[in-house]
Design a protein around this ligand. Structure first.
Ligand SMILES: Cc1cc2nc3c(=O)[nH]c(=O)nc-3n(C[C@H](O)[C@H](O)[C@H](O)COP(=O)(O)OP(=O)(O)OC[C@H]3O[C@@H](n4cnc5c(N)ncnc54)[C@H](O)[C@@H]3O)c2cc1C
Length: 596
């Protein structure tokens, strides 16, 4: 096809009629799996990506401008009104570009704690606990330690043995930090939060330093496109961009290929997969493609007149993200050089940008920051509050959170997740709060282990129509209760001697209105349902729990169909999730290779 030929990136060759593997989505996970599968020169791989290559503009490469590309590389998707936050709506942050979320993200490159991944294993996924995934975190990373002078001044500690040194993604630290970060660390210490040496070794509980997905040599973003750049010279690797997969081609319950097109009016091209079709279209679009193909909840499919190929109730359910409440405050005694200066003082900003361009130094080497606190519920409130809240979760009836007639496997999975979560949360094995602090008085207060679950489902048979996104945020009252504790904790943090020395004052939520009811009203009015970490719509879990793929990532009931993206994460880890997606995809590639 001449159209296809023109858009096969970097190649003067034609699209083949069939490949061993067809990968749907050239985002984060898709490019990793493609790279690894093409290491075997006898296997052919086609990646079909709906977006295009990025232009490598400053807003992609310069950390201090991260996210500045706005909508250019994003889908335009909005959730339905969220009834527990005053019917407000919000975007679903899904990237639409080669490299996916890693082109536009905030470059935090951290990992969850041991418990976050042990929960996955406990859901019936042998090999997916911390010990099973840890080697793959290392495999994806090339770590550079921070500059000695900066590390000495700011006490930036790290565990060299926790990192990788031969991976594709460069991980390192900016050349600059704001002074107030030191005071925040002191404040966490004063309030009794531990300061581990490094979160990367499974001990990601407390306040610690994290690296960025940042190339230390030139202080620019390191992202999934690098996997493609390194592998594209292989003649067995084809990437086609600007083409959307519209259909999985089936023969009974075997996937034999896909159809794709550049627009709704373009005639679709068909390509066959001799071994597997690998879904890497992300948390919103992987369930969409399955449901369109008749793989999903029977009731939904029948209501749209779609022939049911496999009744798989979990496709589109168990949707999770990290709801976040941005708090504001002020420092009356702030340092003269602080994060606000870049936006308030154009001369300073121009000087600093020039410094970045000439020497790769200064605040433009920072993206969203390098210091975070991941706190457990007993730490941030008390053991008795934690026990009471978890008892409340355990006494709930899962059916109360789903429409009547919801499949029993979904309810069973909900119950099992609740039991595990309650146990891990009350025993402090996982964090439930994230506070990212970069030297400003305000920040984000994220709920890392929500009990609420949302959904992403189609409501049309048109592959070009966006699926319906329901975050389900705060649908579980235990999440509201935990969020109240998260806010009270931040207020107490402002009262520590370390932050009081800066003249810290909490502004919003306003501590003057400190009844539970007033705090809940503030949550309803201001909570954001997403921290740009959508996941879990095609969870890796036992089928009896509403799972969609097994621990070898094969879709239940189907042949030659796997999933490798963030949609398979069964329970969201307490971390920013890109390095988890990198690790999952590295492990996925090994699993798929082992089937050869
Ligand atoms: C704005 C933003 C900020 C973030 N900040 C951070 C951060 O600071 N730190 C962190 O750790 N994580 C962050 N994340 C999260 C992280 O980047 C993502 O979780 C991760 O990149 C998801 O990888 P994925 O492979 O699941 O999906 P994606 O990377 O989104 O890839 C899916 C790809 O599939 C393509 N696609 C979809 N449907 C089709 C189709 N039908 N046919 C062909 N192609 C299709 C899409 O265009 C996309 O490129 C952020 C994410 C966003 C969006």
């Amino acid at each position: 096809s001449p159209i296809a030929k023109a858009q096969l990136v970097g190649r003067d060759t034609s699209l083949l009629a069939s490949y061993d593997y067809v990968i749907v989505g050239g985002g984060t996970s898709g490019l990793i799996v493609a790279d690894r599968l093409t290491e075997n020169s006898s296997k052919t791989v086609l990646v079909i990506e709906s977006g295009n290559l990025d232009d490598q503009e400053d807003e992609v490469l310069v950390p201090g401008m991260a996210g500045g590309t706005g909508k250019k590389y994003m889908y335009n998707m909005t959730c339905i009104p969220q009834k527990n936050i005053n019917n407000r709506t919000y975007s679903l942050l899904a990237a639409h570009v080669v490299g996916g979320g890693t082109v536009v993200n905030g470059m935090f490159f951290d990992r969850g704690s041991r418990g976050d991944y042990d929960l996955w294993e406990a859901l019936g996924n042998p090999g997916w606990g911390w010990n099973g995934i840890y080697p793959y975190f290392k495999k994806s990373e090339t770590f550079s330690p921070p500059d000695k002078a900066l590390a000495d001044e700011f006490n930036i500690t790290y565990d060299p043995s926790a990192h990788g040194y031969q991976g594709v993604i460069k991980s390192s630290f900016p050349k600059f930090q704001y002074q107030a970060v030191k005071d925040w660390f002191k404040a966490f210490k004063q309030i009794g939060i531990p300061i581990p040496k490094d979160g990367a070794n499974g001990d990601a509980i407390g306040a610690f330093w994290v690296s960025n997905s940042l190339d230390n040599d030139n202080q620019t973003r390191s992202y999934a496109r690098r996997y493609y750049e390194e592998a594209k010279k292989r003649s067995n690797y084809h990437l086609i961009t600007g083409k959307t997969v519209t259909k999985l081609v089936l023969s009974g319950t075997t996937v034999t290929g896909v159809e794709f097109a550049g627009s709704a009016t373009e005639t679709a091209t068909k390509v066959s997969a001799k071994k597997e079709v690998v879904l890497a279209a992300g948390t919103a679009h992987t369930p969409q493609l399955l449901q369109l193909a008749g793989i999903g909840p029977k009731k939904l499919l029948e209501s749209l007149g779609i022939k049911v190929v496999v009744d798989l109730p979990g496709v589109g359910s168990n949707f999770q993200d990290h709801p976040v409440l941005y708090f504001s405050g002020s420092f009356s005694n702030d340092y003269p050089i602080n994060p606000a200066l870049l936006t308030s003082n154009a001369t300073y900003a121009a000087e600093q940008l020039a410094l970045y361009r000439t020497k790769r130094e200064g605040p433009y080497t920072i993206s969203r920051g390098n210091s975070v606190a991941f706190n457990t519920l007993p730490q941030l409130s008390s053991q008795s509050i934690a026990n009471n809240l978890m008892q409340k979760a355990l006494s709930q009836n899962p059916a109360d959170f789903y429409p009547a007639g919801t499949d029993s496997t979904i309810l069973e999975g909900h119950k099992r997740q609740t039991e595990l979560l309650a146990n891990y949360i009350s025993s402090g094995r996982v964090a439930i709060q994230e506070i990212a602090f970069g030297g400003s008085a305000g920040g984000g207060n994220g709920l890392e282990k929500p009990f609420s679950r949302g959904s992403i489902n189609i409501n049309s048979t048109d592959p070009w129509a966006a699926p319906v996104v329901d975050y389900g945020v705060m649908s579980n009252p235990v999440d509201m209760d935990m969020m109240v504790q998260l806010i009270r904790f931040v207020w107490r943090l402002y009262d520590t001697p370390a932050l009081q020395a800066l003249g810290a004052k909490a502004l919003t939520p306003d501590p003057a209105n400190d009844s539970d009811e007033a705090i809940k009203a503030a949550i309803r009015a201001t909570l954001t349902p997403t921290f740009a970490h959508p996941s879990s719509t095609c969870s890796m879990m036992r089928r009896e729990y509403g799972g969609v793929v097994d621990s070898t990532l094969k879709v239940y009931g189907m042949k030659n169909l796997s999933i490798v993206d963030a949609s398979l994460i069964p329970m969201t880890p307490a971390t920013h999730i890109q390095s988890t997606v990198y690790a999952v995809a590295e492990k996925a590639a090994d699993i798929i290779k082992s089937r050869q």
